[in-house]
Ligand binder design. Structure first.
Ligand SMILES: Nc1ncnc2c1ncn2[C@@H]1O[C@H](COP(=O)(O)OP(=O)(O)OP(=O)(O)O)[C@@H](O)[C@H]1O
Length: 358
């Protein structure tokens, strides 16, 4: 990450009466970064964006943009920040007039406004003759692009996005995810994006923050969050996962009720007397056939097989009743019937340990 932080939050608290929606949040967003905040419903994402754009006041704490403190600055005097919302377009006006709206507010002359609007149509890969088309005649995806063009016409330092794609169908969403990522690269602007969708976050972002109950659980690049989550919540939020409780005796050797652990296997991060969760993603669990050796082995009953397009997912029930998920590519399909006893295995390099001992 290069440069000093463009946007900084320090000890930000937001309370609604007795309820704490944001609980001492700190954050640094770098210039030019695509930063995404993900979290379940009610975790505080929209509240945070509202504070950043000035639609609501902080209860405590500070928000800094470059060298200036902005938490007490009214929304209309934060020209550097702009929320992109598709529904905020003027449906009775043309695409061109919508895009030019911020330029008109700034009293730019008509020919200059038109030139900029056409440039923005090019940037968003909309045909130039859309300039005279009415918003009401545009499709959902086109409206999203017009809304983006208008947001860019403000020439903000940061663009804030509050779930802009959530109302669109799957294919359009996928297309616009890629377009947003490209647009980010082409404009070099700082994007702050909030979404429920982890997939969306993974496709587009430089860094992801996982929010839970008004706090950040983890802030890191996508691979780090997926492969090395710091808590059970993050591990489970980031997709299908198998978590096994492990403990270490006085000598530090790992033990687990669910797993057979090969002698000499160590779990990095598990110290003598400690405990925690050993994580393995479903794609790293193997069906063990005779002769294979693994650091960790287990067996159970094949409970179900589910086709997920190019992949197949298997649910295996352990004697304890716990379920283990295994995932294979379709061409690597494992032949076994439901109810069969199966052996599974995985190695240390496919695991990550989440310490719960403090
Ligand atoms: N004006 C308000 N008055 C009282 N409580 C509020 C207010 N705004 C938000 N909250 C509460 O703060 C919490 C966080 O809400 P917020 O809208 O930020 O969540 P979110 O993560 O954006 O959720 P979603 O993904 O569902 O939009 C929720 O419990 C919500 O009920």
């Amino acid at each position: 990450m290069q440069g000093s932080a463009l946007l900084r939050l320090r000890n930000v608290v937001k309370r609604f009466g007795e309820f704490t929606a944001l609980d001492n949040v700190g954050l640094d967003i770098q210039e030019g970064e695509f930063f995404t905040i993900v979290g379940p419903s009610g975790s505080g994402k929209s509240t945070l964006i509202r504070l950043l754009v000035g639609m609501d006041d902080v209860t405590e704490g500070e928000i800094w943009l470059r060298d200036g403190r902005i938490d007490q600055t009214p929304a209309n005097l934060r020209p550097t920040c702009m929320v992109f919302q598709s529904l905020a377009l003027f449906p009775h006006l043309t695409v061109g007039k919508n895009i030019e709206f911020p330029l008109k507010l700034r009293k730019e002359p008509p020919d200059q406004r038109r030139r900029r609007a056409l440039e923005l149509l090019d940037l968003l890969r909309l045909p130039r003759d859309y300039y005279d088309k009415r918003i009401s005649q545009c499709s959902g995806g086109e409206r999203q692009r017009v809304a983006l063009a208008r947001a860019l016409a403000f020439d903000p330092e940061i663009l804030f996005f509050d779930e802009p794609l959530s109302a669109l169908d799957y294919r359009l969403r996928k297309t616009l995810e890629k377009e947003l990522k490209d647009l980010h690269a082409r404009t070099g602007k700082t994007f702050v994006y909030i979404t429920h969708s982890l997939e969306e976050a993974m496709v587009m972002s430089d860094r992801i923050a996982i929010m839970k109950e008004g706090r950040f659980e983890q802030i890191a690049v996508a691979d780090e969050i997926y492969g090395r989550p710091v808590t059970r919540f993050v591990a489970e939020f980031m997709g299908e996962v198998n978590l096994f409780a492990v403990t270490a005796g006085a000598e530090g050797a790992p033990a687990s009720d669910a797993l057979d652990i090969r002698t000499g296997t160590s779990v990095q991060g598990l110290s003598a007397g400690g405990y925690g969760l050993l994580m393995v993603r479903p794609e790293y669990v193997r069906f063990a056939t005779g002769g294979d050796t693994y650091d960790f082995t287990l067996s159970g009953i094949l409970h179900g097989e589910y086709a997920l397009g190019s992949r197949i997912q298997y649910e295996i029930e352990l004697p304890s009743g716990e379920m283990v998920t295994v995932e294979k590519l379709r061409e690597e399909r494992f032949e076994a019937s439901e109810g069969a006893q199966v052996n599974l295995g995985f190695n240390t390099d496919a695991t990550h340990f989440i310490s719960e001992a403090s």
